[in-house]
Write a protein of this length. Structure first.
Ligand SMILES: [Zn+2]
Length: 163
């Protein structure tokens, strides 16, 4: 399967997408921001939305209840840490934390920022996620935005890997 990243580059997926990202076997926009014991943090490589961060389990699991206690602790800690970094650096003030369970889909959590432009153009973010993502793909693929996303990636990477 081939996917196109936000800059138009083709990314070849041989296995499960989540497994490939979480275990670093494909090259994605912004790179891997953090690799913990059980989870990997990365920017969504397809959508040009600043601060749209995804946390993938390293194990191929599909359901929240399949996580071990250690995994649950690492996940919630990572969500909390990442949101704090994003908020303190004014990437977005509020986020929707989205966890969708789907048979055959690799476990991941979306940290979906509520940017001003989303609220102005679409009102309720959660209700209009698909429209917001389509809008970003059609209108936000600019070098300026890619640079902004790269900066946010560097920042999150630096902060998450501290200590
Ligand atoms: Zn997988």
């Amino acid at each position: 399967m081939k996917l196109i990243d936000m800059t138009g580059k083709e990314v070849e997926i041989r296995d499960c997408l989540g497994c490939e990202i979480a275990n670093g076997t494909i090259d994605i926009f912004g790179g891997l921001l953090y690799q913990g014991k059980h989870f990997t943090v990365a920017q969504d490589f397809e959508l040009p939305i600043d601060g749209f961060i995804i946390i993938f389990s390293k194990r191929h699991v599909e359901k929240f209840i399949d996580l071990s206690y250690d995994e649950q602790i690492e996940l919630t800690t990572l969500i909390n840490k990442t949101l704090k970094i994003l908020e303190e650096n004014n990437i977005a003030e509020e986020y929707n934390i989205i966890l969708e369970e789907k048979a055959g889909y690799h476990f991941h959590v979306w940290l979906m920022p509520r940017h001003k432009w989303m609220i102005e153009k679409f009102g309720k973010v959660l209700k209009n996620i698909k429209a917001i993502q389509d809008y970003a793909i059609q209108n936000m693929k600019t070098q300026e935005i890619f640079d902004k996303i790269k900066n946010t990636c560097e920042l999150v990477k630096k902060e998450l890997n501290k200590e």
